[in-house]
Write a new protein. Structure first.
Length: 289
């Protein structure tokens, strides 16, 4: 059984991480479950852990000088969902994360660090080109979240590093879409999620991006498929829509996405494109159940 530490500063935590290889424990909604022993028994960790919930350096949501938003790794889904600074897609995903108790205890750092293919927050963050800031006694480094998450439960986190924050660039999209589908409305683990965003100016698709969660060992975002739409007029959507949808379908893991999920994803993307083509008012595009 490993030792438990409670660092009072980030510097202390980084030294524990480097010297003891202690794993950070904040909300514990993933790590505690993975280490459970049975009813009435406290979890036992076969490695050293450090409880980092008191580290003020990892808290807070702030706007940076360049317009991007930095979310501290200890920010909870409830805090993220309630912050006007956080982009819409991320707030939507945070507000749908499990029960109220979970949304007040889980952390964005934990959700990202766990790297579950069905994690709620990585999907919209990857859509928005978010980066993760990693801290160690050697200093800090920043990398795209899409590069940080290598696969199911696998990340590029060094064994002496702690996730410090997530940085989301400033974007102003014309059209927004988010949908999570689970077994039931409340407390559901995602069976499928989709975020889509587009910038349309003077009838031309300037930017288009989509991201699928629970679609494989990691979030799916196909730049090749996105590029099939960029630069085209909205009036051309009927001509290029099927080639885009086919390209997107080919990017999705065949093992993780059975026919139902593939068809559902295709239908939602078609709905989004049809709304743009029809000249629907700018803003959030909602699809009825």
């Amino acid at each position: 059984m490993g030792m438990t530490y409670i660092p009072s500063t980030l510097d202390e935590a980084l030294h524990l991480r480097a010297e003891k290889k202690a794993r950070p424990l904040a909300g514990g909604s993933d790590l505690m479950v993975q280490s459970k022993r049975g009813i009435g028994l406290a979890p036992e960790f076969p490695f050293d852990v450090m409880i980092i919930t008191g580290l003020k350096e990892l808290k807070g949501i702030r706007k940076l000088d360049d317009g991007s938003v930095e979310i501290g790794a200890l920010s909870t889904p409830a805090e993220i969902a309630d912050s006007d600074l956080v982009p819409w897609h991320v707030r939507q995903a945070a507000s749908g994360m499990g029960a109220i108790a979970l949304r007040n205890s889980a952390t964005i750092g934990g959700n990202i660090g766990n790297a579950s293919p069905k994690g709620d927050l990585p999907q919209p963050l990857i859509l928005l080109d978010a980066s993760v800031v990693l801290a160690s006694i050697r200093g800090e480094r920043q990398m795209l979240l899409d590069d940080f998450i290598l696969g199911s439960k696998k990340t590029a986190l060094g064994d002496d590093e702690i996730i410090k924050s997530i940085v989301i660039p400033d974007y102003d999209f014309t059209y927004l879409f988010y949908r999570k589908i689970g077994m039931r409305k409340a407390n559901a683990i995602s069976k499928l999620s989709l975020s889509v965003a587009a910038v349309v100016k003077d009838g031309e698709i300037i930017d288009f991006r989509a991201a699928s969660g629970a679609a494989g060992p990691r979030v799916i975002r196909s730049r090749d498929a996105e590029n099939l739409l960029k630069g085209h007029k909205t009036e051309e959507i009927p001509e290029i829509q099927e080639s885009f949808l086919d390209s997107w379908n080919n990017a999705i893991s065949p093992h993780a996405m059975p026919l139902y999920r593939r068809n559902t994803t295709r239908r939602m993307l078609s709905y989004f494109l049809s709304a743009i083509y029809s000249g629907k008012a700018e803003g959030i595009i909602e699809e009825e159940d």
